[in-house]
Design a protein. Structure first.
Length: 617
């Protein structure tokens, strides 16, 4: 076995030799990575970078790329940089310079990251390269929308994705100087004797490898500038293979392997199952001949649900507006492992950052489109602003994961109430309030993952629709609503601050909000039932989507019950649902949080509240 000795630079003969070994193994020994596409495909535009350093770099137009359908191309994942500084000067293709770029792009105009990516591609014997800022006409909305629609294919059909992972802007480049000692694995030797009294006995000398705790180790990759960028997640997942040029070391990702310079032959067992490492092993990016989600899960549903299957075909036609006419399908699909994969993607994605708020859903559209693109004879799924129709209403139980620095704003930068009616010059929404895409911050789907049974559901999805800007149904949202029926109650609440050691005035989410009174929505608070509390609950019952001072939270909150899980004896164990507040226009509600209660009396009252249909915007 050849032992790898890292050098003081990621651009060294040792590094290139190691990358070559990874690539060779991926191409010749990995079935999922080397599986051929059903048909050749090429992006609308590509950069022709030539074969040598003296070659011209130019942009190929549509007619030229059609002739290259059987040739390989690479893609580049990179940070554009701060728009106020480097990003504003980044070279881009526009309507004004399109023709000149098709003739030649001067090498001196290219930033270091682009030059390094060209060097990497040439080392792989690849002549064509796709870079977003140069291959999409940046000041042409129609071209941008068209290319966004093709984003999933751009990465899926590429040969390799080159990631300038350590750079926060286009000036950073791909290659980094480092102390090679920080790359080497930590190994220790320990001598053992059977008896300390027998000093003459020869000690057994054993070598041990010290492995960092999984979360701490993965931060070596996830804390790099590129991986804090929202767009990069779909680029990582969709590309067949990817090489990360990090500040500290090289990382390799493909559909069957994750390696790095510290562990060039593969990660230790303790690290292999970490979700941030396993992201490319999900089935979400496989080609259409694979058993891709959701088709394989549809085929595995019980055969005795013919009515449900007919209903599924009716409400999930792919190429029409998603408007549900009858009822939500509570069948085996809701518990399919596919949703676990999607929730994992969303949780990772919500940790990233976006320069433009409008890109919240667009930056994930490539993955969403890949999932729904199945063979014509197979069934697709309805996509509603980041959620899958057949996972509703359980997937509405997402919740915000708070930290001491959590910001209390939605994606439009305004307060959480109101969200839909913006009194600014940019009168728009990023997503409906029931969608996870409507807020900033890390999202948890733990409550959505529970293996609910059909009898656990208290709510029923009656109608839904989302409209988009243009025909691209995975892009920017214009409006949307859900109509759900279920037990509805009005709640009064109180809060008490936890003893966290922090100043409660600056860390508002350290308080516990609990329900004190409740009454039916068609009555007044004079009829409210008091919920006895022998002692203050240890867990919050109301979890807001954004931090607010107590005086900013409405006194009366509307609760829509979604699920009630049951113990083995049949008694209700937990009730979960949405916290709503009436929208300013008086027509429907906005979501402002979720609730969960374990208190017996409150559970009984909530599940027996009158059913009501509510529209959530």
């Amino acid at each position: 076995m050849i032992r790898y000795a890292p050098s003081s630079s990621t651009d060294s003969p040792q590094s290139w030799e190691l990358i070559g070994r990874w690539l060779n193994q991926c191409i010749h020994k990995h079935d999922r990575c080397s599986r051929a596409s059903l048909e050749p495909w090429i992006p609308t535009r590509l950069l022709d970078i030539g074969n040598s350093e003296d070659s011209l770099v130019r942009l190929l137009d549509c007619d030229e790329t059609r002739l290259l359908s059987k040739l390989s191309y690479a893609t580049l994942s990179h940070c554009w940089g701060n728009p106020a500084t480097t990003g504003s000067n980044l070279i881009k293709t526009t309507t004004r310079n399109l023709r000149s770029h098709q003739h030649e792009i001067p090498r001196e105009r290219l930033p270091p990251t682009f030059k390094d990516a060209i060097k990497v591609a040439r080392n792989f014997q690849i002549r064509y390269l796709w870079i977003d800022s140069l291959c999409i006409i940046q000041d042409d909305p129609k071209d941008w929308a068209h290319e966004a629609n093709l984003m999933s294919k751009v990465y899926r059909y590429s040969f390799i994705n080159i990631a300038a992972t350590g750079s926060s802007s286009s000036d950073g480049g791909c290659f980094w100087k480092r102390d090679e000692r920080t790359v080497l694995p930590t190994e220790v030797y320990i001598q053992w004797r059977n008896s300390w009294s027998d000093c003459n006995q020869e000690a057994t000398r054993t070598k041990y490898r010290v492995v960092l705790e999984a979360d701490a180790w993965t931060r070596k990759l996830t804390d790099e500038p590129l991986n804090r960028r929202g767009w990069v997640l779909q680029e990582r997942i969709l590309s067949p293979r990817l090489i990360h040029f990090g500040r500290e070391q090289l990382f390799w990702e493909c559909r069957e392997s994750f390696t790095c310079e510290t562990y060039p032959l593969g990660l230790p067992t303790a690290l292999q199952s970490h979700p941030l490492i396993n992201i490319k092993r999900l089935q979400l990016a496989d080609e259409s001949e694979d058993n891709r989600w959701p088709a394989r899960y549809v085929s595995e549903t019980p055969q005795d649900i013919s009515y449900a299957r007919r209903l599924w075909e009716k409400v999930t036609a792919v190429f029409r507006p998603i408007v549900i006419q009858e009822t939500t399908l509570h069948a085996a699909l809701i518990n399919a492992p596919a949703y676990e994969d999607w929730y994992a993607v969303l949780e990772l994605y919500s940790m990233g950052e976006l320069t433009k708020d409008d890109d919240k859903l667009v930056a994930l559209s490539g993955i969403a489109q890949t999932i729904i693109t199945v063979r014509p004879s197979q069934l697709g799924d309805g996509y509603l602003a980041g959620l899958w129709q057949s996972s509703l209403p359980a997937s509405l139980l997402w919740q915000r994961t708070y930290t001491e620095t959590t910001s209390g704003t939605r994606r439009n930068g305004g307060p959480i109430v109101p969200y839909k009616a913006l009194s600014t010059c940019e009168d728009r929404i990023i997503a409906p309030t029931w969608s996870w895409a409507s807020i900033r911050g890390h999202i948890s789907f733990t409550s959505c993952r529970v293996n609910y049974k059909s009898g656990d559901y208290l709510a029923l999805l009656e109608d839904a629709a989302v409209s988009y800007f243009g025909a691209y149904r995975f892009g920017r949202v214009k409006s949307g609503f859900l109509k759900i029926s279920g037990p509805v109650a009005v709640a009064l609440w109180e809060s008490k601050h936890r003893d966290t050691g922090f100043d409660s005035s600056s860390h508002k989410q350290s308080r516990i909000m609990v329900i004190t009174h409740t009454f039916p929505s068609h009555l007044t608070r004079q009829t409210a039932v008091c919920i006895d509390m022998e002692e203050w609950p240890s867990r919050a019952e109301i979890l807001l989507d954004a931090t607010m001072d107590d005086w900013d939270v409405p006194e009366e909150l509307t609760l829509l019950c979604i699920v009630a899980t049951k113990e083995s004896n049949g008694h209700v164990d937990i009730v979960r649902g949405l916290v709503l507040h009436q929208s300013f226009d008086g027509e429907g509600y906005n979501r402002i949080g979720v609730f969960v209660t374990r208190r017996e009396r409150l559970r009984r009252i909530l599940v027996n509240m009158p059913r009501q249909s509510v529209t959530i915007k």
